[in-house]
Every structure is written in C-alpha cells, then in structure tokens.
Design a protein around this ligand. Structure first.
Ligand code: ADE
Length: 315
C-alpha cells in the first residue's frame, strides 16, 4: 500500500467493525472530511485509538475534500463575496465529498487513482438522499459546546460524519447538509481537524473494551458514573514521593471507606475547581452534608411558576 493510501485509510473497508455494525451498538465508523488527512495519522496511530481500530471497535475513513475537485488546480477555497480578508471554503467539493461517501456503505472511500478524474456521478443541483441515522457534524467555533453528555450522545450512533472546516470559514451553504454543528471550546482553531480528533478520542474511550479495563471510562471526570463531578486525586507507587505519602485510607484495604473517601475527594475537588458542576450533580443527603461542612451553599431553587402555585392552592 502506498504512503498516500495508508494516510487516507487508517482502516480498511473490509474492517469487521463495518461488516458487523448491526450486531452491537459499540462499533462506530467515522467518516472524516478534511483538506489535511495526514494530520490524523500520528494521533490515530497511537495508544487507545490505534488499539480500538485494531480491535475493530471503531473504524475511520479519512476523505480528502480536495480529491472531489474537478478543476485543473484543485481549488477548494475562494475570496468572500462582499470583500474582506481571508479565504472561504467552497461548497461544491465539501458537499460532493460528503454526499458521495455517505450514500455508500460505511467503509467506502474513493480509490486514490480516481481522485479528481474519475469521481462518481453527483448532482450539484439536488441534494442526495443521505442516511437519516448518521449525524453530519460540522466542526466550527459557532457550534454547540462539546461536553461529556454530548459525547455520550454521539457514542450511541453507528456512523458519524465529521466535516473539518478550514481557512476563515466555510461557505454558508455547506450548512445545508450538516445535521449538527459542534465546537470544542470558546476559542478559534485553525481548522476543525483537532476538534474532530477530540471527538473521536472522547467517543472511543466510552466504548466497552476500548480502555482495556473493566470499568473503562465509567469513573472519569464529567462521566455519568461520577454524576458529572471531577475525579479526586489518584496515587500509584511509590508510597512516599518527595515527602508526601499516599493517604492511609487507600492502603487500608477497607473498600467501603475507600469508596467514601473517593466520593468526598471528588466532591471537594469539584467544589474547589468547578462549583458550577455541583448544581447539576445528583447529590445524596450525605454528599450535601459533607459539602455544607466545607462551606458549600446549595443554589436557591428557582421560584415555582405562577400556574404551579395556583394548582397547588387548588389541590
Ligand atoms: N474550528 C475552529 N475552531 C473550532 C472550535 N473551537 N471547535 C470546533 N471546530 C473549530
């Protein structure tokens, strides 16, 4: 396989993750549309993502948007109407790439020798029928903010399409094919590629078997297993490092005490670093009592709506 092909296809079309998609919910195929497929080779070729691909938990096809241009210079961007600086991604190559790929089974990608010159037929004037169960996500700083519950939501799908915008933006008409827009934070990246990597990573680590230990991501910070709290401190050997020893409860062998300590440490860490998360966390009476001891005041409950007050009076 040539270097080009290796870069374009981190997973083969006959990857069992694709053939067996209907069997289990936890096999996901990612179609990533980008002008810079080689940006993904390093991050996807290491560690958890690499293992998840080898174990067929996920499969990834990188689609080079430029392959879907038909002009002599393979132009993907142009100056903005109305003037102003910067370049805007043209709609045709992106939309052509997304429609061509998503009309075909997961795992299909354009044979490299067909790029530019032997593209499948495509109608620029009419939208292609796209699979209704595949989110088509445009990565943009204008999208809804990624958080762990959105990651959990995305992990329920079998196939996800991620469109990486570049330059100063994408032509507004690309939004016609996007079913969702996601931002990974209130800052501007040079393109959606890093955001796509973040999504692939965060989704993949939720899949059973991806982390290689039983509980997986269940107790991660922000995860539902921890009620959306931050995870508390963790220790490994050596027992003492630079004069600081591991808390004695962790070496006590008393599992109930260890669990309670961990819960309290998660509560404390969240209180000190992200008190906003406590308002949404499902807290027990014991949690609330512990937090109050450390100075936390539960946020006031919103006043009941007038209709609720009335109905209470009538009852
Ligand atoms: N593209 C540029 N900035 C981005 C962001 N913050 N999130 C997602 N995609 C982006």
């Amino acid at each position: 396989m040539s270097e080009y092909e290796r870069n374009e296809r981190l997973s083969e079309p006959d990857n069992p993750a694709i053939e067996t998609q209907s069997e289990t919910f936890h096999r996901i195929h990612f179609d990533i549309f980008t002008l810079f497929p080689s940006m993904f080779v390093g991050p996807f070729g290491e560690s958890i993502i690499k293992r998840a691909i080898e174990r067929a938990l996920i499969s990834i096809c990188l689609h080079n948007i430029r392959d879907y241009t038909t002009d002599r210079h393979h132009v993907c961007d142009d100056t903005p109407y109305g003037g102003g600086g910067g370049m805007i991604m043209k709609p045709e190559p992106v939309v052509r790439a997304v429609e061509t790929v998503l009309m075909r089974p997961a795992g299909w990608s354009l044979p490299p020798e067909d790029a530019y010159i032997n593209l499948p037929e495509w109608n620029p004037d009419a939208p292609a029928p796209l699979p209704p169960d595949t989110p088509i996500i445009l990565l943009t700083p204008q999208g809804r903010l990624l958080n762990q519950s959105l990651v959990v939501e995305l992990a329920r799908y079998r196939r996800l399409a991620l469109i990486c915008g570049r330059y100063e933006g994408v032509d507004e008409r690309v939004r016609q094919i996007a079913t969702d827009e996601i931002s990974i934070g209130d800052y501007v990246l040079s393109g959606g590629e890093l955001a796509a990597m973040v999504i692939v990573d965060a989704v993949t680590r939720l899949l059973p078997g991806a982390l290689g230990y039983e509980l997986g991501a269940h107790q991660d910070s922000h995860s539902p297993g921890l009620g959306g709290l931050l995870e508390g401190p963790q220790y490994t050997r050596p027992h003492t490092f630079r004069g600081e020893s591991v808390p004695s409860v962790l070496v006590s062998g008393h599992h109930a005490n260890i669990e309670r300590w961990r819960r309290e440490q998660a509560l404390l860490r969240t209180l000190h670093r992200r008190p906003d998360l406590l308002a949404k966390a499902p807290l027990t009476e014991a949690d609330i009592a512990f937090l109050r001891l450390h100075g936390w005041m539960p946020p006031p409950q919103p006043a009941p709506h007038r209709e609720q007050i009335n109905s209470t009076i009538i009852e």
